[in-house]
Design a protein around this ligand. Sequence first.
Ligand code: ZN
Length: 110
Amino acid sequence: MNVLCELAAPFVANSAVEGTDVARPFRAHVLSCLRCQARQVAMAKVAREMSAMSSEAFRAPLDLEWRVMSSLEGDLAVARSWRTPVALGAAVLSMAAAILIWRLRPRAQT
Ligand SMILES: [Zn+2]
């Protein structure tokens, strides 16, 4: 890999995203370098695709935070000893809610 190509890479990326010419110190190189031109075309394509995606909105699953935090290792990790009690607690809570709903269901009058 040419050192000049690597030095030009941030300027190539900037011009691809902004849709402008490459900054002057590297413009002549990019005009004569197929590798840099290919990089610029590829980056411009990605920039266009990302720009098109920016209007799309996706909802995250409700349990995403829990799934991410419980899969972490290290300081931010949910302690493994907490995983089972929390899961059991959630199961018991949902069972209690189901029983409560069952008990409070409207009944036909006799
Ligand atoms: Zn180059």
